[in-house]
Design a protein around this ligand. Sequence first.
Ligand SMILES: Nc1ncnc2c1ncn2[C@@H]1O[C@H](COP(=O)(O)OP(=O)(O)OP(=O)(O)O)[C@@H](O)[C@H]1O
Ligand SMILES: [Mg+2]
Length: 332
Amino acid sequence: MKSILGIGNALTDILAILPDDSLLKEYHLPLGSMQHVDMETGDRIWSALKKVGVKYVPGGSAANTITCTSIFGMPSGYIGKIGDDELGQLFRSTMEQYGVRTTMLHSDKSSGRCMVFITGANAERTFADYMGAALEMGPEDLKPEYFEGYDYFHIEGYLVQNQDLIAKAVQMAREAGCIISIDMASYNVVESNDAFLHNLIDRYVDIVFANESECRAFTKKDDPVESLRELATHCEIAALKVGKDGSWVKSRDEEIYIPAWPATPIDGTGAGDTYAAGFLYAHSLGLPLKVCGEVGSIIAAKVVEVVGTKIDVPRWRTAKLEIRELIEKANA
Ligand SMILES: Nc1ncnc2c1ncn2[C@@H]1O[C@H](COP(=O)(O)OP(=O)(O)OP(=O)(O)O)[C@@H](O)[C@H]1O
Ligand SMILES: [Mg+2]
């Protein structure tokens, strides 16, 4: 089986269900917003949430994707940076429980976390992020041996803000002979790193995952299919995700629409990350483009049926059966 290495911000979600919005007011967090906070504020918020009761879920986009490829059975590795603290230990041990081979770098700063305030009858989410150690990862941290032996290298788009880090990482991944993929992560990342991202994708990236707003920001084309076509001129394979409407994949003269796999969605978190995992897993088996997109859609349809990013065991079982059937049909 081919192997995959991912790199990303090692962040842990700290989720708290709150009786009212008094803590939001106390920390000046507008309902539904996402704010970056400094270490001091981050620590104060965390202590306040602890009193109410919290749930810890290690994550981050690439970490979610890599956990998923590991469950599929691909030898999977992860590079990220944590602090010398319990949250960092939890991140590492959770990844390792899923069979991921971790290369955790260490910083003096405390581990990055995303504090999620869940309030009101509709379980509205308000976020306070403290990036901490994750933001300290730099080019000097990377060593060629981290990449050796891997067939795929997957980058979380949020890291593109650290251009020196990514420039060095893709160089090393290329030298190790990896197929390189990126998930564009967010349209603001794309907008604020336009020239760098174009150069990166043109020169190094083989497979690009983008949703509509990311693809539009990259190509400056409003029509989704036109933007997909434009994106595909920059890489070997372009995948455009359109939520409940499915996805489009394009490679050279092949262009395929893939409907979403049936699901009863309750929370879209993690759909993009798991789609990438399913797609890359199928690609690593040498399956046709259409099947890669379908495998991505099957696994993404499972994550939207659960709250958060972790698919439960029964759904994993169903997904693996559905995927096996699909692959058997493709090979028949
Ligand atoms: N409601 C849904 N029902 C079934 N499948 C879905 C649903 N929402 C998303 N998916 C699947 O997940 C894939 C990725 O979702 P989406 O288009 O939301 O990506 P994204 O914007 O990158 O997501 P994320 O918010 O996780 O970053 C879709 O292409 C589709 O196959
Ligand atoms: Mg996404």
